[in-house]
Design a protein around this ligand. Structure first.
Ligand code: SAM
Length: 246
């Protein structure tokens, strides 16, 4: 069927690819991917040979009209990223938006995403969560971003590069609270898969002493519920007064 198909691919373990993902990739007139070398590894493993075009941050503005023109010819265009679900901290959002605006069909083929794999393994509440993508690399901006999320009654989920994990966790402990429960999920579905759990401050210390390698997701539990009894109100007032005089 002619449409744009965002197709989820594995986040490390090639066995995680879905049956429908393989069917759609095998039938696509063209597969738009971030890095043709990465996608070829997956396609080779399953004996799929379809035309690939690179679609990434740096050529998106030039390639998008071409992909939209292909859709307009009634072709099936699959969109994949290097790993996981396209559009999730990966290219594709603009392409989907413009395809829809032009009246094309968009058919998602769901599957792996580090975000969901991490949250189901972290032992933190899953009923309400906020996915914050990548935190800003510099501490000042990162702390400002975190402060905006600090009072949300939602589990917070962030992607992070391993060499910034320790400093990001330290900022999370400072801004969100050192005792707030947290988790660091690493190398999910791969050989060195690991989930570290504990209060944010302890996770930060642990990440300094034993730096986590590989691909990483950081999580923090929801803001503690603020009660409304007299003691809690006192604490709130003292807190607010402290902030005013600070
Ligand atoms: N689109 C992908 C998805 O749906 O998960 C995410 C792409 S984003 C550019 C890459 C980031 O996802 C990594 O820096 C890491 O934070 C996270 N990630 C990807 N694979 C992972 C894995 N196997 N284990 C833990 N985190 C992973």
């Amino acid at each position: 069927e002619p449409a744009l198909y965002p197709v989820a691919t594995p986040i490390g373990n090639l066995g995680d690819v879905g049956l429908r993902a393989l069917e759609v990739l095998a039938a696509a007139d063209v597969i738009a991917c971030e890095d043709t070398r990465v996608t070829r590894v997956l396609l080779d493993r399953y004996g799929i040979r379809r035309p690939l075009v690179a679609y990434h941050e740096h050529n998106a503005a030039r390639e998008r009209p071409r992909l939209l023109a292909t859709l307009a010819e009634g072709k099936a265009v699959a969109l994949v990223s290097d790993a996981g679900t396209p559009l999730i901290s990966d290219p594709g959002y603009k392409l989907v938006e413009e395809a829809l605006d032009l009246g094309h069909k968009v058919i998602p083929i769901p599957g792996p995403s580090a975000l969901l794999a991490a949250i189901v393994a972290a032992g933190l509440p899953t009923d309400c969560f906020l996915f914050g993508g990548f935190l800003p690399p510099r501490s000042g901006q990162r702390r400002t971003r975190l402060a905006g999320f600090a009072d949300l009654p939602a589990t917070l989920v962030f992607y992070e590069s391993p060499h910034r994990a320790a400093e990001a966790l330290a900022d999370m402990a400072d801004v969100l609270g050192p005792d707030r429960p947290g988790a660091l999920a690493r190398e999910l579905t791969k050989r060195f898969e690991e989930v570290r759990r504990g209060p944010l401050a302890a996770l930060a210390t642990g990440a300094t002493d034993d730096p986590p390698r590989g691909e990483i997701v950081l999580l923090a539990g929801p803001a503690p519920e603020r009660g409304t009894d007299a003691d809690d109100l006192d604490a709130l007032l003292i807190d607010a007064l402290g902030r005013m005089s600070a």
